[in-house]
Each structure stands twice: as structure tokens, then as C-alpha cells.
Design a protein around this ligand. Sequence first.
Ligand code: FEO
Length: 399
Amino acid sequence: MQNCQEIAAGLFYLGGNDRRIALFESAYPVPRGVSYNSYLLKDEKNVLLDTVDNAVSDLFFENLTFALGSDTLDYVIVQHMEPDHSATFARLVERYPDVTVVTSLKAAQMLKNYFGFAGKTRIVKEGDTLSVGRRTLTFVAAPMVHWPEVIFTYVPEDGILFSADAFGTFGALSGNVFADWAGFEREYLDDARRYYFNIVGKYGAQVQSVLKKAAGLNISLVCPLHGPVWREDFGKYLQKYLTWSAYEPEERSVAVFYASVYGHTQNAAEIVASAVAARGVRVKVYDVSVTHTSELLAEAFRASHVVFASTTYNNGIFVSMENFLNDLKAHAFQNRAYAVVENGSWAPQAGALMDGVLSSMKNMRRIGEKTTVLSAVGADSAQALRELGAAIAADVKAE
Ligand code: FEO
């Protein structure tokens, strides 16, 4: 049965939720599910903005049929070709053979590659417009947010911005389509941060570029392809995006990441954390072997100071820590103060190797020398770890 909502005059939310998916993009756990959003804008011409993932296709077509009523579908705007939004495209054009596809040149090529589609298409680029009656849609190029073909769609008459993946989040919707209804900060902010850094974190410059364009628009409604729609307090979320995409820390705090086999490196990490906390600085500790990398990544970007403690393993960095560091580098982690703690029973190596990875990132500043633990924390290394924690806390407070 259809379950669509009219979220503004003539604008229908047609999306659905998947709460059974284990890994979004086969990579990211989504224990609170994910929504795939699609919108129908009704005017003299009726316009669909993106389709949905196969997981919610039945509901989507029921919603579309209901929202259209006896009207026809004139346009489908393909803003983003990733299959979580385009998977049902082929079925859509089969059902509505007269529909005109409006999309970017790159997306048109992808439609051909994915579906062999070469039907009625109108290619649009930055600044192009499409009159659909009372409203004239304007297109905004948003390359690499999150793929190169992405366009946003702006409706100046109503101040509506259809923002593709931008401003989206993991987490299913619970009937409350609007962020202010849903209690965004409590219910979604952690997922939104994890979504941002894992999905588009690498492309900060491109996000900044599109945010500059958005700053010039009069916006009263933001409709992303995942998560709730924004009609109030969007400025607060926009500020998060400005901070995140500039690779600035969200808060002055410390994140301590450790990889420990028998608990001694954990002990070292927690001694550092206690010394930080004792000085009134917020600190959080993570075991990189049990916390998913997508969460570690988001927490590293959130903090201003990061500590990495790893045992030496196979003459290298412990595997879960090495994987995490590589993921940070792949997502352009930068602009942080860091410290390194290593453990080794006969040939400690992890510290120098971790420092090599971290110092290869942009604008990274190490606090102190690496601190070495030999097998278990002893009196000397405990003192060194406490001094490291004190130095980190002082640095957090100093800036
Ligand atoms: Fe939600 Fe880049 O797809």
C-alpha cells in the first residue's frame, strides 16, 4: 500500500526504508537502517527527482502511482547515478515510456552503461533551467558530491533545494520526514557525521565549492536522497558541513585509538586517556579491533587531537590499526595534532611505521616523541604515558 506524504504544496515524498540491510554499499553497517528518498513535484508538468534502491522499489512505484493519480509523468531528473538511487530507473522508463530524462552529460553516459538507455534525454549543466509551469527549475553542478555526474536541482519560487547525497544521513525515517520532527541532533547527527566522512569525506574541496553556490540561494526546504528533509534550522547543519568539509575539528577533544592483543597496549592507551581527562579535557577511547572503521573514521575527524597506540605485529603495525590508518589516509584525514604509542616485546616497530603514515598526511603535527612500552606498562613507561597525556591536554587547552 502506498505510504507517500505531501511535504509541501505539490511536493510528494515517495521514498522508503530498508532496516534489514547489513552493510550499505557493502561497506558500512547501518544498524538504524537507511532511507532511499525520491520526490515528485507536481505542476503543469510533473517531475520525479530520482528513483530508489531495489530494496524499496515496490513501495516506490505504489507511491508514484498514487501521487500521480490520473496525471502523467513528464520528466524524471536523474541527479545521481549510484544504484541506490538509479536501480529502478529501467523499470520506471518502461512504465512511463514518454517521460523525458533530464540529467547531466556524464549521467547520460552512465545511463547507457548501466541500462543501455538511449531514450528521450535532455542534458543540463550548471545554470540551465527547466520550466514546468509555475516553477522554473535551475540546475547546479555538484561534481564529486558524491560521484562526478551529480547535479542538484533548485526551485527558486519555493526555495526548495534537492541536494542529492549532500545533507543525507544513514538511519531510516520513522514517519517523521522532517529533521525538526525527528529530533535530528539526538537521532541522526552521529549517523550523519559517519555518512559524511565515509561517503564524501575525501572530497572536501568539492563540497566547499557547492556550499558556496548554495550560500547564494534562498532556501526554505532541503530534500536529500537519504534521511530527513530540512525545513527548520538548516543553518546549524550547514555549519557542520562547512566545518567537516574544511577538515576542521568539530570540537576540541581527544580520541584515543588502540590495537591491543593481550591488554597491555589497551592499558597504555587508557593511562594516556586518564591523564587527559584528569585535566578536564574531553577524551574517548576506541578499540580499533572491535569498532567498525567507519565509526573510527568519523570520530577521528570529530576530534582535534588523536592518539594511536598499537602493538607490533609481524614486524609491522597491528592489522586492524594498519587498516584504520590506511582508511584515514584514503579519506584525506588532515589538519590534526597526533601522538603515537607503540608496544613490542622484542623489536618495537609500530610507532615509527604509524608515524610514517600519519606524517604523510596534510598538516599533521606530532605531540612529543613516540612512547614505547616493552611488553607491559612499567613504572617508567607509565610515567611517560602520563606525561604524554598531560602534554596533549595542555595542547588542547592552548589553542
Ligand atoms: Fe546515496 Fe552516492 O549514493
